[in-house]
Structure formats: structure tokens, C-alpha cells
Design a protein around this ligand. Sequence first.
Ligand SMILES: [Zn+2]
Length: 137
Amino acid sequence: MEQIEKFRQDILNSTSEAPHIASLKEETRLTGGLPIIRDMGRTWALKADLSVVLLYTDCWESENKSELGEIVEDNVMRCFVVAYAAIDYPELVSLVLERPANTSDCMCSRKDDLKIFGETCKICNGLGWIPSQWVSK
Ligand SMILES: [Zn+2]
């Protein structure tokens, strides 16, 4: 997928000195992919071959983990990352796969919780569904 590589190069070629850009560049370099979801010491990146890499960015979490991240085998998580990517990069929308069967409605689909998040849900980014393992028990 050429678009993904182009977006990666845009990040890697950024001349910004801002700390959040520096970490984004580092994650782009380490994963060999395009960082899509960056949260709580973890970054999921989408690679040009549409595989997804999970990188642990928190030093306490990184023990025994590959510094280059690990390929995510979970197809649901992969679909979620692709769908998320298309929100930030509309050019990637053609990659979006259908919502996998074993996913859960995001809590924003319950009306009462909508106001917590404002207009766009910060968890599903408006997709309305999340990987089931993200649902707190
Ligand atoms: Zn949501």
C-alpha cells in the first residue's frame, strides 16, 4: 500500500522539534509502519502490507518485548486499526474491512453515555464498535 509508505515518509521527514513529533517519528521508525493508535504506553502501527504491529513504548512494559514491536495476529484488532486509520487518513478508506463478528458495541452507542465523550467518541472514534477485549469486565 503506497499511501501508507508516503504518510510514513512525511512523518520521518518532519523537521519539527516538538517532543510529540519526536516520539511519533521514533515509533514510525521502530515499527516500520504508520502509528495509528497511541495510548497508555502502546502503539499500534499499520504496515504497508496491512499487517499491524504492536509496539510497547512504556519502558516498564517493554521488558521481554521486542524493541521493534510484534505482529498482531488478532484479526479483530487488525480490522479496528485499519478502520481507525481511515479516520485520520481518508485515502485509506478503501482498505476498511467490514466490522468483524466478535466485536462489541462501543459504550457511546448507549445514548446516556454519549455526553461523556462530546460529539465524537474518543474510544471508537465514531466507529461505534470496539474489539471485545477492550470492554471492561
Ligand atoms: Zn464509541
